[in-house]
Design a protein around this ligand. Sequence first.
Ligand code: SER
Length: 321
Amino acid sequence: MINKILVTGSSGQIGSELVMALRGIYGSENVIASDKCPNAPEKIKKSGPFEQLDVLDKEAIAALIDKHQINAIVHLAAILSAVGEKNPMLAWNININGMLNVLELSREKNIKRVLIPSSIAAFGPSTPVDNTPQETVLKPTTMYGITKVAGELLADYYVAKYGMDVRGLRYPGIISNETLPGGGTTDYAVAIYYDAVKFGKYECFLSENTMLPMMYMPDCLKATIDLFQADKSTLKHFSDFNVGAFSVTPKLMAESIRKYIPDFEITYKPDFRQAIADSWPNSIDDSCAREEWGWKPSFDLDLMTKDMLEVIGNKHKQGHI
Ligand code: SER
């Protein structure tokens, strides 16, 4: 039975919300949040255990596993695409060596289940861009993407060679309103909502018709938890599930925002992240996730926009942003 879960990278965009969701299911004391940065969000620290942890420190991870009698790990600590292009060796080191520490210790200590996310960044310019299949060309051109493909292959290797239970899903851009994303190419899709509320305008670092697959955080949490909890016997894939929700361009997102903020203005000033976005798909075929563990998203663009603007609007009124 899975009953003591370690989450790495727990102060990040996904971790800070996933920890709270997991604590709601498994009990607050049974989900150990951990992050390299000692200043965890208040609600994480208040609601259950938090440990400072650098995933490059294998002995420290081992000590935490023993201390808390961990039997499952959700490994979120990673460098994202844009920061990875600025510092490729940092991305390689943290994403590959951090992950190998987690996989090796999971093998040594008989961890029952490991979840390591992959990303649409595993795809590259030679991958079919529309309705990208589950099984397809994986030749990314970013260091982040290279580490994600290696991660998928390594995870499947540990499943095949050691009979371990390692799972993963290829997240699209994740849009949320609690913790800001850190250093990704899809971050515009979060920043646009904050700037719409605060300033009524936004300057986008991608061009207006750059189509990318995206997902709202409640669906991201659902996908992650549903895969984590899926009956292993129903899975044919393990580490690399395509998951989609909707596809959007900056222009379409601006139009969606204008339904609520009619005067919203957007301008475009593409930077180095445009080339990264151009190497990723427009849309994703996630039929394997639907068939094998019942994946189905709940939010489309307009539903998400309504919710994002309400939540961020309230934060703004209360002076929090
Ligand atoms: N959101 C991520 C990034 O932009 C993609 O996995 O790097």
